[in-house]
Structure formats: structure tokens, C-alpha cells
Design a protein around this ligand. Sequence first.
Ligand code: SF4
Ligand code: SF4
Length: 134
Amino acid sequence: MIAQIFVDLCTGCDACVIACPTHVLDAVEGGAPTIARIDQCQTCFMCELYCPADAIYVAPEQDGAAGIGAADARVAGQVGRLRHDYGWDREPEDGRSHLRDFWQLGPLLREGAEIAAKRYAERRHGEGAKHAAS
Ligand code: SF4
Ligand code: SF4
């Protein structure tokens, strides 16, 4: 689950907003994006991979509290580590595309998007029912 955008590192390029397949993030004019719909996050790491400033931490846990807080992850050098380890920040030496490799996870990402959409709809339906009862 996306844990934090570090505003002091963010350049406001909005690459993460564009990369997020489930529209979790909203662009903010002249500033860092906001995490607007965290319940739609499918922990796909695309925002972290696309962030050129290493300003995003996505915790690997999909539910519940993160095993390590975002601030501690930053101190430990884990923010942006996936991007570096995956070679996202350099040209592939063998001509392969990092993006093509990552999108081999495509069916999983699609399934995640469907699950997030269902969860979001269920939550909205539950809130609607609560309002109707009150
Ligand atoms: S981890 Fe994936 S779904 Fe979650 S905010 Fe980042 S890009 Fe969006
Ligand atoms: S991709 Fe990184 S630097 Fe660009 S807006 Fe998002 S958090 Fe900020």
C-alpha cells in the first residue's frame, strides 16, 4: 500500500499520477500530488518505479499497518530501492525493456484494479446504506 509521498523530495512532475493504474493520486498545481483514494491502491509499485526523485514509498503490505514506517524506510535507504534494484534508473544493457518485463505482471495488475474497483463500489454502497438508515 502506498505509504507516503515525501514532499521535500517531490518535484511535482506528476509521473506518479499518470502511472497509477487505479487513480489513487491527484495532481496538485505547483506541489506534490495527494494520496486521494488510498482504498484503491493495489500495491503495484508503479508510482514508486516511475518517480524520478525517489520521493514515494510503497510498503509491501497490502492490508493493515506497514511493517516499517515510511520515515524509517527512508532512513534505511529503502525508498526508491525497488527502482534501483530493478534497473529502472538506467538503460537496459541487453536491449530489453524494463517496462516490458514489468508488464508481464499485467494480468495481476488488471485483477488488482478489478478488486480495487469492487472494494471501492462496496464501500460506497455501504456508506449509502448507512446514510439511508440514519
Ligand atoms: S502502488 Fe500502484 S495502485 Fe498504489 S498508488 Fe502506487 S501506482 Fe497507484
Ligand atoms: S513522480 Fe515523484 S517527483 Fe514526480 S510528482 Fe510523483 S512523487 Fe513527485
